[in-house]
Write a protein of this length. Structure first.
Ligand code: SAH
Length: 350
């Protein structure tokens, strides 16, 4: 099995090359090519033919292909569907804000978490993405769009904490001074609440923002919407959030999709306010986005206003997420490995 060269840190590549009998500076040359998005050993023109052959024997390298690119006519949000080396496909979204460009990356092909309102979990989990595949979502989104990426959110398809090791390595790669050098404070990682991993994450002592997809403050509602809550529970989640905040000093953000008649009553707002205060969390409300296969509806603006008012009365720090890219299904919870779905649909119709 050939090694995945793009998943190696520069210092690891240096060590590898030493073992292949090559001087250390070669690693620097190769890393510079990789850092420019070159994914073909023969294009690394300052390496000898002999070394290029050695690299081909020992390493695999691949550039994701654009299967589909959609640009929102409302706000310019770009959504890519990439083809991976094994023919699987994932989506990535590039959003432009006043403070810079944010890329929303997928961490898995599919998802096994089964949230009742989300498109990404339809069809379950196929496989984890490798560190290089996640890195290349950032790299090739930047190269293709021409928009310099300053922020990353791990909020695409997949549950990042279910692919912990690869996601941690991706973070090291993208943060590396000799790589894309994107600061941890410009990165957010979102989880449906895989609490067993919170201590591991805190132990890494990263300066990233942890977002927790809460969506309901009580077990009855949350377990109905999010299977991940069953067997864990809101109390445990909150205890783990509290511990994470105490250990890292990094404020957690609660994501809360507003679903008409499901989680948007005064009861929910009051309970949410208490939880947010308990862990000093910031609350980010998301008007529910439409997913064809799901029956849920977004809360009315009246209900949202009343909900926000209760949170503010309790001095909770609350923002409403802008809905971007809705005309190209690029909003939260709308990403999917579309190609698979299209294929299944064609098969069903044909
Ligand atoms: N698995 C991780 C990462 C996905 S992030 C997690 O659950 O956090 C995607 C975010 O969009 C999550 O907060 C998810 O709960 C939310 N989401 C899913 N479906 C949605 C929908 N239909 N409308 C609004 N937000 C949705």
């Amino acid at each position: 099995m050939k090694k995945d060269i793009v998943s190696l840190l520069p210092e690891e590549l240096e060590e590898d090359l030493r073992q292949l009998g090559e001087p250390a500076y070669r690693a620097g040359q190769i890393f510079r090519w990789l850092g420019r998005g070159v994914r073909d050993f023969d294009a690394m023109s300052d390496l000898s033919k002999n070394l290029r052959e050695k690299l081909k024997e020992n390493y695999r390298i691949y550039a994701p292909k654009v299967l589909r690119k959609q640009i929102s006519s409302i706000d310019g949000t770009i959504k890519y569907l990439w083809e991976l080396q094994d023919g699987q496909a994932v989506e990535t979204v590039v959003m432009s804000y006043q403070h810079g460009n944010t890329v929303c990356v997928s961490s898995q092909v599919g998802c096994r978490q089964g949230c009742a309102f989300c498109a990404s979990t339809i069809g379950g989990l196929i496989r984890n993405l490798t560190p290089s595949e996640i890195l290349d979502e950032v790299m090739f989104s930047q190269l293709d769009s021409g928009k310099e990426i300053s922020n990353i959110v791990l909020m695409g398809i997949g549950e990042p904490l279910d692919n912990f090791d690869n996601v941690m390595r991706f973070l090291q790669l993208v943060n590396h001074p000799k790589g894309m050098n994107i600061g941890m404070r410009h990165i957010s990682l979102s989880t449906c609440g895989i609490t067993e991993r919170f201590d591991d994450l805190a132990a890494r002592d990263l300066q990233l923002t942890l977002s927790v997809s809460l969506h309901a403050p009580d077990d009855e509602t949350r377990s109905r919407l999010m299977p991940a809550n069953r067997g864990r529970g809101v109390d445990q989640l909150i205890a783990c959030c509290k511990k994470y905040f105490e250990k890292t000093g990094r404020r957690i953000s609660f994501e809360y999709a507003m679903i008409d008649g499901v989680n948007d009553t005064a009861f929910h707002a009051q309970k949410l306010a208490a939880l947010a205060r308990e862990v000093s969390a910031h609350v980010n409300l998301i008007p529910l986005n439409h997913v064809e296969e799901r029956q849920f509806r977004p809360s009315t603006s009246g209900h949202m206003k009343a909900f926000i008012k209760i949170l503010e009365e309790h001095q909770v720090n609350v923002t409403v997420r802008r809905r971007l890219g809705s005309d190209v299904d690029a909003s939260c919870g709308q990403l999917r490995r579309k190609r698979e779905i299209d294929r299944n649909r064609n098969a069903a119709e044909g």
